[in-house]
Design a protein around this ligand. Structure first.
Ligand code: NAD
Length: 458
């Protein structure tokens, strides 16, 4: 499952040759380790107006200061204009006040002036407002322009640096819990493989954690398909963040499942998610063993690829049943139980194939597009309880599932993104953990891609 090319081009003679030949030279991404500083070095906040001032205060605010208690400990070295010789770890560009595309020039050219000195694994984050049909044309043009600009900038960065955007829906303040938590996620190494993405904050809902290293403390989370791969990483990451985890997988994976459950100090539930009583059994297990259920991560998934011309009913039906049918049925059981009502959160695994399509994957694409539709329509059902449903769409991730792709196709698939490598299961897991956290209740039915800015699709 290892990426030998990545190892090769980062060492000795092969590194030189790759440079001379102009071959892709991906760098190993730096991942999050609890306790490490949020960013390594000074941070530049660009943009004028109250929102930019507020963001700068939030980031630099000393404990109990103007940043407020929610930001205790951020205490970053924040600059408000480029300083000669500074090597910035991150640049935050606040663009919420745009009323005309011409206003993009000043802050973006200022950002451009420091890019050559951006630290490796640097972070660019824009904060802007959502463009809507109700906006004046110039306002909508400016706001939508941020989208194209940000995605282009992400493609220019190197050295494991990323560019992502926070988009505030009308009326949502820059201090909204989900906006603050997203800013922290995007600045941190938790988002190492999230690149070229913009995520809209829909509301002020959500509460910030008292301990940013354990945002899920006291919560109970169910993870399906947890015996291996991405599901195993999700179980470990949610547990690291403080949750008690119920690890679910098919009985045939029972041994691996028990090992995962032991490792994360959770419990195992052997269950085929397509069973008619799956929802009831998940709820019963969570309530009997742990007294509550806060988070459900629908991760179990299968691929049975064939061109549609060669598709068989069993390939079609099994993929749809596991990847979306089970999610719908489990959600319905939970939502009608009356026991999933205290800020409940659902995070479901979609895929870039469900957005951009992929040859040989009409069944899989239907199921994963289905997940995106499902979270959009489920979020309003959870909102009255302070809950939410969102999806994570991984691109190419190094797991058993992708190890079965033919070698040449696999090598190409890995390089087709801005970070020029496949992601690791932990990259998906970090994003799931973020969307599962109580601070993320301001995202309603959204999809966040974890794909290194894969070149396919939006
Ligand atoms: P994987 O095949 O390594 O693991 C999937 C797990 O789900 C296995 O442990 C399996 O036993 C379990 N599972 C399958 N059917 C089940 C059922 N009916 N009931 C209970 N458990 C069941 O896959 P992965 O790569 O870790 O993928 C996890 C999720 O991420 C899937 O939904 C997949 O579609 C999605 N995804 C993966 C990638 C990738 O590149 N690996 C990309 C996009 C999306």
């Amino acid at each position: 499952m290892g990426d030998r090319y990545l190892d090769l081009v980062n060492h000795g003679f092969a590194a030189k040759v790759a440079k001379q030949l102009g071959l892709p030279r991906p760098v190993p991404l730096r991942r999050y380790v609890p306790g490490q500083p949020l960013v390594d070095g000074p941070l530049l906040v660009l943009g004028a107006g109250d929102d930019a001032d507020a963001v700068a205060r939030l980031l630099s605010g000393p404990a109990g200061g103007a940043g407020g208690p929610v930001l205790d400990g951020w205490d970053l070295d924040v600059h408000r204009r480029p300083t000669a010789g500074a090597r910035y770890a991150a640049v935050v560009v606040v663009l919420t006040g745009l009323t005309h595309p011409s206003q993009l020039a000043e802050p973006m050219l200022a950002a451009g002036s420091v890019l050559r000195e951006l630290a490796s694994a640097g972070r660019i984050v824009t904060i802007s407002r959502a463009a809507t049909a109700a906006d004046a044309p110039a306002v909508a043009a400016a706001r939508q322009g941020v989208d194209g600009m940000l995605r282009s900038l992400a493609k220019e960065l190197r050295g494991g640096s990323t560019a992502n955007g926070i988009v505030l829906a009308d009326g949502v303040p820059v201090q909204a819990a989900a906006a603050v938590a997203l800013l922290r996620f995007l600045l941190s190494r938790r988002s190492a493989f999230v690149d070229g993405q913009l995520l809209t904050v829909d509301s002020e809902a959500g509460t910030l954690p008292t301990d940013w290293d354990r945002p899920l403390a006291g919560q109970v989370a169910v993870v399906t398909g947890a015996a291996r791969g991405i599901g195993e990483a999700i179980a470990a990451t949610l547990a690291r963040d403080g949750a008690t985890v119920v690890a679910v997988d098919v009985p045939a994976a029972g041994e691996q499942l028990a090992a995962v459950a032991n490792r994360v100090r959770g419990t195992a539930l052997q269950l085929d998610v397509t069973a008619a009583d799956a929802g009831a059994r998940i709820l019963e297990h969570a309530l009997q063993r742990h007294g509550r259920l806060d988070v459900v991560v629908h991760n179990a998934g299968i691929m049975r690829d064939k061109l549609l011309a060669n598709m068989t009913p069993d390939r079609w039906e099994s993929v749809l049943a596991v990847n979306i049918g089970a999610q719908l049925a489990i959600n319905e059981a939970l939502l009608t139980s009356g026991d999933f009502t205290a800020a409940p959160r659902i995070v479901a695994l979609a895929s870039t194939s469900g957005i951009a399509g992929n040859r040989g994957q009409t069944n899989y694409g239907a199921s994963k597009g289905g997940v995106i539709g499902m979270v959009r329509a489920t979020a309003p059902l959870l909102a009255p309880f302070g809950g939410t449903a969102n999806a994570v769409a991984p691109g190419f991730i190094e797991t058993d599932m992708t190890a079965h792709i033919p070698p040449v196709t696999r090598q190409i698939a890995r390089r087709l993104n801005s970070l020029q490598q496949g992601g690791q299961p932990v990259d998906v897991a970090e994003t799931v953990a973020f969307l599962a956290s109580p601070a993320a209740c301001g995202f309603q039915g959204r999809v966040l891609r974890v794909c290194g800015q894969n070149m396919v699709g939006q």
